[in-house]
Design a binder for this molecule. Structure first.
Ligand code: DGJ
Length: 745
């Protein structure tokens, strides 16, 4: 059993594989937090864990009990205005101007499995035995609003998935000013906060800071989860390392404006809050209406950051991503963007496809520029009709020719955008996100379509469905290249304008849902100027995402390392591109570029027809080699060994291990060559100590315990042999070690 309930003192103990989450009904009828952390045995009473004493400066609920102050107590879904001065989980504005509410316990129910969240992405179960869900029903008798808090616990995982739902069963209209997905009060603040932050072309770098009294938060106000911050935070103990020690993760299954925050109070309690960003948000709740928050996934590990990542990888790969491509080997692809940008015709595309096919690449992706009159980025978004000047025969014959070669065909769309210079804009200038009488700012010369308006979403669905039905398309790259400004929609009343960013995201989700339903065979790859919307919400629809526009191998070390904190390798689009690299102009060898990109959903983004014969042979070898090992790269267990975020970093290393531990591949990357280096050993992890491994290129055999304890002796690595071109250079170099079990026979 995963959920223990003490009916008498109303205590709830959610027990997962190695996690316990305990809360109870407090004496005022609200919910109080008792424990979150490593799995505890169940007992009838945990209420001693909530014990606090009276403190002079606090306000208290009952005149006769000065120790019952909400400012001192740990809570489950704290409200505003009744003796707790920390930031609440929600705030309800009522017709009389009051923001005070009091949701008290009414009843609870336990459901086998995990119900869907209407209109929103969420983790799921495939059988009822996998998880149990506890729903607590609370009620505020002044407003007559119901509140349902939903908690799902998987028997075999270390996660608790939480969400909240407000239902207006009263007679008046109210406004939710804040409606977070989760709030957890930790009894101390001895943690370091980990966040994944950056910007375009340097997304999801790992940042770490010590918690301090006050609020520390990361947010997005850009309309998408953003490349600036990812909807994730972790709290790790100071002594926690990559592979040892305790850490809690909070990850939001959402793709819009979010808040992830830790507030440390005056008694060193740490309150974690996560959900839709309350800034510039409100939701009008009329009688009979309900509001569902997105889901937050809380994870626990006592195996360090890597343990936490593996918990998320497994859950997100198997029970968040969906559809026909979820468990399938992802095809190697070639994308024409950096090869041609907007300058191509059918002949050019076919020449790239033909050569790629010869080299063993399986999927040809036609990127931006195939529609309207799009010869640069100033026009045509919204006009999803083939450009007959570039492709006089249309898309279907192009796809057919590519299919006839034996390759799959994929196509780029940017469904949420509109160019001012487009037929769609001429017909529907009101279909943009804007505020009447205010100048709409542009980004990359484009405006954002009003996806909060279902009419717009319907139109885009029809345009995309027509293309997807007309040609044989196996893959769609769904791009999104600007953030929102002047947020408003003429489709909604004035008092619903602050609902627009959330309604927009619901519109995006609904379009994905409809397309997946009509075209279930299509592999979607999400993209937003690279990785500006690389979040769990997107993973529910698109099992892989374009990790970053930055394909420089050295930059990718940091980006892929940071991304792997939460997201599985199968979700990370990783391509080899040309040198000098188009983003940072760096020269790196084809080997290094390949060795980095293998650790993801692998592909190329260059003009293969322009490469030398030697390079083409190399690519052919890379493709064949990746195909041989792709199951391991895409679905193996991932371990980080050396961080690129260490001070004075010069090396990065990571590895993948098969589930049965018979095979492993290690990547070791060096930024600059070191003269006359020491005799380094690389200590591996995740192997079976009792298995005898052969390491390609090394003599003899090694047991797993040796490789993990003593390490792999890096014989003559980087010894300064600087002959030849950049292929042999020690700068920006890489090594792969392939381990396989020695067969006993
Ligand atoms: C931004 C994407 O990240 C690129 O890969 C490419 O698809 C361009 N947009 C096309 O405009």
């Amino acid at each position: 059993m995963a959920i223990f309930i003490n009916e008498e003192n109303k205590q709830f103990h959610l027990q997962g594989k190695n996690i316990s989450y305990v809360f109870h009904v407090m004496k005022n009828g609200q919910l109080g937090q008792l424990y979150i952390g490593k799995r505890l045995r169940n007992r009838t009473d945990f209420s001693h864990l909530s014990k606090v004493e009276h403190r002079v400066a606090s306000s208290y609920v009952y005149e006769e009990d000065p120790s019952f102050s909400l400012d001192l107590l740990k809570q489950e879904y704290p409200s505003y205005g009744t003796s707790d001065y920390r930031e609440p989980a929600f705030q309800l504005l009522q017709p009389n101007g009051s923001r005070v509410s009091n949701f008290t316990y009414r009843s609870h129910e336990v459901i086998q499995g995990k119900p869907k969240l209407e209109g929103l992405p969420a983790t799921y179960t495939e059988s009822e035995e996998e998880a149990e869900t506890l729903i607590i029903h609370l009620f505020d008798d002044v407003t007559q609003l119901d509140l349902e808090l939903m908690y799902s616990i998987y028997h075999d995982r270390n996660v608790v998935a939480r969400s909240a739902r407000f239902i207006n069963n009263g007679k008046e209209t109210h406004k939710l000013q804040r409606a977070l997905s989760t709030s957890v009060d930790f009894p101390d603040a001895e943690y370091d906060l980990i966040q994944l932050s950056g910007s375009w072309s340097r997304e999801r770098h790992v940042h770490e800071r010590r918690l301090q009294q006050g609020i520390q938060s990361i947010t997005s106000t850009r309309g998408t989860s953003s490349s600036q911050h990812n909807p994730f935070l972790a709290l790790k103990r100071r002594e926690t390392t990559e592979h040892h020690g305790e850490v809690f993760g909070f990850s939001l299954v959402y793709s819009g404006n979010f808040l992830a925050q830790v507030e440390v109070d005056h008694y060193e309690n740490a309150r974690v809050s996560m959900g839709i960003n309350p800034f510039d948000f409100s939701w009008k709740l009329e009688p009979g209406q309900a509001f569902q928050t997105p889901e937050a996934v809380i994870a626990y590990s006592d195996q360090g950051m890597n343990g936490l990542s593996q918990t998320y990888h497994d859950l997100y790969q198997k029970r968040l991503a969906r559809g026909q491509w979820r468990d399938r080997a992802r095809p190697t692809l070639i994308n024409n963007w950096e090869a041609t940008y907007f300058d191509f015709n059918e002949e050019k595309l076919l020449s790239i496809a033909e050569k790629s096919n010869e080299l063993g690449i399986e999927l040809f992706v036609l990127d931006d520029g195939w529609f309207g009159k799009r010869n640069d980025d100033t026009t045509s978004l919204g006009d999803w009709f083939v450009d007959e000047e570039k492709l006089p025969n249309g898309l279907a014959p192009l796809a057919e020719k590519i299919n006839d070669m034996g390759m799959m065909f994929g196509l780029w769309f940017e469904p949420e955008m509109i160019s001012r210079e487009s037929t769609l804009f001429e017909q529907h200038p009101e279909w943009i996100i804007h505020v009447p009488k205010r100048h709409p700012s542009t980004g990359r010369h484009q405006l954002v379509l009003d996806f909060s308006n279902p009419e717009v979403v319907d139109y885009i669905y029809e345009s995309m469905a027509a293309i997807l039905s007309e040609a044989n398309i196996d893959y769609v790259k769904w791009d999104m290249n600007r953030y929102m400004t002047e947020i408003g929609s003429v489709a909604h009343e004035s008092d619903r304008q602050m609902e627009v960013p959330h309604r927009y995201i619901l519109g995006v989700y609904s379009l994905y849902e409809r397309l997946l339903e009509s075209f279930p065979h299509v592999l979607f790859e999400s993209c937003a100027s690279g990785g500006a919307r690389f979040d769990p919400g997107m993973l529910y629809y698109a099992p892989q995402g374009w990790t970053s526009d930055d394909t420089d191998a050295m930059e990718r070390l940091s980006i892929q390392y940071g991304t792997s904190m939460v997201y599985p390798l199968s979700s990370m689009g990783a391509h080899v591109s040309a040198v000098p690299n188009h983003q940072v102009k760096r020269m790196t060898s084809l080997k290094t570029r390949g060795d980095v990109a293998y650790f993801g959903a692998f592909g190329y983004e260059l003009d293969v027809t322009e490469m030398t014969e030697w390079e083409q042979r190399q690519i052919k070898e890379q493709v064949n080699w990746y195909k041989e090992h792709r199951e391991l790269f895409q679905y193996g267990q991932f371990y980080r060994l050396i961080s690129p975020f260490e001070e004075d970093r010069n090396e990065t290393s990571w590895m993948v291990v098969s589930d049965d531990k018979d095979k492993a591949i290690v990547g070791l990357y060096q930024i600059l060559a070191r003269p006359n280096p020491g005799f380094d050993r690389l200590r591996l992890t995740g192997l079976d100590p009792d298995i005898e491994y052969r390491v390609e290129g090394f003599e003899g055999t090694y047991f797993g315990d040796e490789l993990m304890q003593a390490g792999l002796q890096l014989e003559s690595a980087y010894n300064g042999a600087q002959t030849g071109g950049i292929e042999e250079s020690g700068d920006f170099s890489s090594k792969l070690f392939v381990l396989s079990k020695v067969n006993e026979s």
